[in-house]
Design a protein around this ligand. Sequence first.
Ligand SMILES: *Cc1c(COP(=O)(O)O)cnc(C)c1O
Length: 379
Amino acid sequence: MKFPIDRFDSLKTPFYYYDLELLRRTIAEAARCADDPRFHIHYALKANANPLVLAPIREAGWGIDCVSGNEVKAAVENGFAPASIVFAGVGKSDDEINYALSAGIGCFNVESLPELEVISALASARGVTATVALRVNPNIDAHTHRYITTGLNENKFGIDLRHLDEVVDRALALPAIALSGLHFHIGSQLTDMEPYRMLCLKINELQEHFAGRGITFDSINVGGGLGIDYNDPDAHPVPDFKAYFDIFRDNLKLGDSQQLHFELGRSVVAQCGSLISRVLYVKHGVEKQFAIIDAGMSDLLRPALYGAHHKIENISNPELPVETYDVVGPICESSDVFGTDEHLPRLQRGSLVALRSAGAYGETMASRYNLRDLPGSVV
Ligand SMILES: *Cc1c(COP(=O)(O)O)cnc(C)c1O
């Protein structure tokens, strides 16, 4: 990626830099591969809620996937049609449910029987009907980091298969509930397509089971989770959307007029973003050389939270001879480390570094820990 270094020099670091041209290219490629009248993409807002990033997504006509009331609000404020909003989450509060009902969102992705009862009661009280999909925990191993796998029995998400019949029956019986279908989301940063194929087979099985009981669904929602290449972002700036959508096209049996919904987050926005930071100090330790940068885990939490690694580049002096550094942030936590034994062109005080592939779960996870300022953003 080419960075506008001259422009960066006068800016306060750290900040997120978004390449909107790459974002538009990514959106266009996803739309091309999902070109089927039955397919609908809802962008997962929690990956990145920056209005400048949301604009091209809205222009593409996509819907939104939310996991909090404030996300529903942000989607509405950023011009997304309420009917295109789906709302998941294991712990929706009454206030959040009431807000979503008043906004007229398209669908609640319901994760438990007690939640279903509460949505029905709150919708009844307002004299409206809530459209819901039941989030099913299909007990499929996504083979990803244990903090981002969501579709196993041991995870807190969704309704387990043993209770599904009972919850479907209840949804069909409740007065203020319109059951539209089943929802799944098995995990994040999936680079192997096999778990998605397993998911398709499981959904086929479930649909057959319910058809046998005379129950059919208007929609199926398969969630998100498509991974990206963190190691070599320039080799794979756009994820393999064709392989992803083809898995569902080839393996999922959709009924007549049945709609298929997707919730893509990371795969849409990760590669267009980088966290730009400045080297504060180069410190020589006993056996190590530390590059202390002005970005920390408060700006980009993924390394500290998941042990994730973002490719680090010296964008000021890529021509200098390579040295070895531990690249660390300024925060008072030993986990505030972005890379150990990184081979980078020589760094000095003031050098700009880019932490690549930071467009997803970067800015939205930023905090004010240590009372630091929130990172800025530039496009
Ligand atoms: C986070 C989330 C997504 C998006 O996941 P990605 O891995 O970013 O594609 C989709 N659906 C639900 C319910 C989520 O919680």
